[in-house]
Structure formats: structure tokens, C-alpha cells
Design a protein around this ligand. Structure first.
Ligand SMILES: [Fe+2]
Length: 251
């Protein structure tokens, strides 16, 4: 059975709706989310409410920051976290819906096993909500060996960096394009980054996600109304302009 794995929605409801439509058209019903449903974007409530219907949603560092403290966030990200927290406490929204959203955040786990030789985290197998594994890290043998050492199964799906692609034990990173948008695990370990739905940073502004059928990863890109999301961000004083501008550049 095929499942869809999404990550880093970042409160971008236009991108999320476009991806959900694409998933529906492919007749896939099970959706897993690797965290960062909120943060940066203008629609945290709407995105969290959609995510409650997913099979599972893991905790990302932005959920951690909203729940606890945005200690290691830069000023722009922290401004968005504080605004997000206020949105989830909005006095003009139904109280029971506010409770439901907070309980949902609080219920998110940091790792999950898929049962077919695959697992999921937000960031990395050794630091599930924190560690950045970027394409430039692929040749760092000490880092990659430690990561794969902390990964008990052949495939680990992650998000966090907003750069889709596959890291393998032979110290290589391959982008979806390098892989012709498909990766078939060969029994050695792989860390598969699914990219970001709501704030891609690989130079392609389209929303990114993957489909996994137990034997093959297929990388997907979906167009959405970027201008609409940018206009919403610009209309909210607490969200820095930088967060709007980067969406159209995919950076
Ligand atoms: Fe993120």
C-alpha cells in the first residue's frame, strides 16, 4: 500500500491544500507528517486541523518551540513562534478548539516506526527534532556514520532542512533530480529527506513530498498559489517580510 509522507508545512495552507489534492488524485489515503506543521506561515490553526486527520504527525522543532521555549531560534523565527502561540490561544475562537489544538501538539511523538524497514523523524535519527543534515554533510564520514549508527532500520524518512534527497552509507547525497525522482533502497541504510510542503529551500518554490510503497520512494512537486500565501504573510505585522519573499524564490 502506498503512503504519502509530508513535512515542514509551516502554516502554509495553500501549499498544504494543493498537496492534499494531489494525494487524493493519486488515491492515497494514509498521510504521515514529519513535523513543523506550524511556524513561519500565516495559517497555523488551519494546518493543524488538517493534520489531525493524518495517520500520524511527528513533533518538529517548531512544535517544540511553540509548546516550550524558542530558545535557539533566530529573531525572525522567534517572532513567528510568538505570533503562532497567540493564534492558538485566540480568545475569539472556540475554547474547545484551542484545547484540541494544544492537546494535538502535546500528543506528537518524536520518532515512529513504519514496520516495513522504515522509520520517521523530523530531523535526524540521533537527534529527532534538532539535528540538521544538509547535502554538504554527506561526505562528513564521522557525522554520517554516527547518524546511520543511530538508525536501526534501512530507511529513515526526515524533513527539517527543507532540502529533498537521499543520503546513503557510501557518503553520497543525491537530489531528486539526480535520482530521476525515484529511489529504490538496496538493503544499505539511507536517510531520505522528503523536502518541505510550505517553505522549500532547494530553489524550486513548488511544494515537496514523497510517496513510499515499501520498496520505492517517489519524489513529488506540486504547484500552489505562492502569491496568495505571500500576501497573507505581508498583511501580518508580526511575520517578517523575509518569510514572504523566500517563498517565491524557494530559498
Ligand atoms: Fe522546518
Amino acid at each position: 500500500m502506498s503512503i504519502a509522507i509530508v513535512s515542514d508545512i509551516h502554516a502554509n495552507i495553500e501549499a498544504l491544500e494543493a498537496v492534499l489534492e494531489d494525494i487524493r488524485e493519486k488515491r492515497i489515503v494514509e498521510i504521515y507528517c514529519l513535523g513543523d506543521v506550524v511556524g513561519y506561515g500565516p495559517n497555523p490553526r488551519e494546518c493543524l486541523l488538517r493534520a489531525t486527520a493524518f495517520k500520524k504527525t511527528l513533533m518538529g522543532n517548531h512544535e517544540e518551540a511553540v509548546l516550550y521555549y524558542a530558545e535557539d531560534f533566530n529573531d525572525k523565527a522567534r517572532a513567528a513562534i510568538e505570533w503562532t502561540r497567540a493564534q492558538l490561544n485566540a480568545p475569539d475562537r472556540p475554547k474547545d478548539e484551542n484545547y484540541r489544538l494544544w492537546n494535538f501538539l502535546d500528543s506528537m511523538e518524536r520518532t515512529a516506526m513504519l514496520g516495513d524497514g522504515a522509520m520517521m523523524v523530523h530531523a535526524s535519527p540521533r537527534m529527532p527534532t534538532r539535528e540538521y543534515v544538509l547535502p554538504k554533510d554527506a561526505t562528513n564520514a564521522a557525522k554520517m556514520n554516527a547518524l546511520f549508527g543511530a538508525q536501526p532500520v534501512p530507511i529513515c524518512f526526515a524533513g527539517h532542512t527543507h532540502f529533498p534527497g537521499v543520503f546513503t552509507e557510501d557518503l553520497r547525497f543525491r537530489s531528486p533530480k539526480d535520482l530521476e525522482f525515484e529511489y529504490r533502497p538496496d538493503g544499505t541504510k539511507a536517510l531520505v529527506n522528503v523536502g518541505s510542503v510550505g517553505q522549500p529551500r532547494d530553489g524550486d518554490p513548488r511544494a515537496s513530498y514523497v510517496i513510499w510503497d515499501g520498496g520505492r520512494v517517489r519524489f513529488q512537486r506540486v504547484e500552489y498559489d505562492v502569491e496568495a500565501t505571500m500576501a497573507k504573510i505581508r498583511a501580518i505585522d508580526a511575520l517578517p517580510e523575509f518569510l514572504a519573499g523566500r517563498l517565491s524564490r524557494g530559498r
